[in-house]
Design a protein around this ligand. Structure first.
Ligand SMILES: Nc1ncnc2c1ncn2[C@@H]1O[C@H](COP(=O)(O)OP(=O)(O)OP(=O)(O)O)[C@@H](O)[C@H]1O
Ligand SMILES: [Mg+2]
Length: 249
């Protein structure tokens, strides 16, 4: 691919107080790609997403989005530029209804889009998540975990992101709901939304992604096409639970 990447991260570092959580990482995502970032607990995945979304300021390094330097810019500006985050643990507004949560997602577009386009996007969201339409007046805090994940993704969709950052969307969900959510993620990617997916479920993430990065203790330990990493012995052993010595494959 010759075009400049949609997102380019260079030598990014972030420390909490004196403790380095992200230690100089480089990665990029091209427009239209689905890229996954995998790694163990505490590897720095959430920190990386929060920095890209503007919720944390990088200690050093650069981030370019649409060829502009965005490192350190506040989250609301980045949301307007087209970076959407579905945070770890979902972060729905528990005391608001489903409809109010979705309207909050569209908030940054008020004034720039006609009201009808927001109505149309609500319709599109309900086609993706029919279950939400049935429960519009329900308070989001009373929804099941999987339903809250749907609200979190739907709310991010309402902001019309170009790049969607998803932090562990499968966490705590039953297998059937994981399948539904991953089906939706794949579908959003096919509709042209570029996706950076953070997942503990490495097998599932790699089975869907174009490319992947492995984060270990705040550094990129491995990268490649998702197929390459699915067949890499280190990945198989550490992240896919395969006993490489005895599996014979
Ligand atoms: N607010 C904070 N203050 C201090 N240290 C933090 C803070 N947030 C995260 N850390 C530390 O930074 C490191 C990276 O955390 P991060 O949440 O990015 O990991 P992660 O890869 O998302 O892990 P998990 O898979 O468990 O969600 C961890 O050692 C964590 O304890
Ligand atoms: Mg995390």
């Amino acid at each position: 691919m010759s075009a400049a990447p949609l997102l380019k991260v260079k030598d990014l570092k972030l420390s909490y107080g004196g403790i380095a959580a992200v230690k100089g990482i480089d990665f990029h995502i091209h427009s239209g790609e689905l890229v996954t970032l995998i790694g163990a607990n505490g590897a720095g995945k959430t920190t990386t997403l929060k920095v890209i979304a503007g919720l944390l300021k990088p200690s050093s390094g650069s981030i370019h989005f649409l060829e502009s330097a965005i490192g350190g810019r506040p989250a609301y500006e980045l949301a307007e530029l087209g970076i959407g985050l579905v945070p770890e643990g979902r972060g729905v507004f528990a005391r608001m209804t489903i409809l109010e949560n979705l309207q909050m997602g569209a908030y940054i577009r008020q004034g720039t889009y006609p009201a009808e386009s927001i109505e149309q996007d609500l319709k599109a969201v309900f086609e993706t998540f029919p279950r939400l339409r049935e429960r519009l007046p329900q308070l989001a805090g009373t929804l099941s975990g999987g339903e809250q994940q749907m609200v979190a993704i739907a709310r991010a969709m309402m902001a019309k992101p170009k790049l969607l950052l998803l932090d562990e969307p499968s966490m705590g969900l039953a297998p059937i709901m994981v399948e539904t959510i991953f089906g939706v993620i794949q579908n959003l990617n096919q509709q042209g939304i570029t996706i950076l997916l953070v997942e503990q479920n490495a097998r599932l993430a790699l089975s869907m992604a174009d490319r992947a990065y492995v984060l270990e203790s705040g550094a990129i330990a491995l990268s490649g096409s998702a197929d390459e990493l699915l067949n890499d012995d280190r990945v198989r052993e550490a992240y896919l639970g395969v006993d490489v010595k005895t599996s014979g494959a």
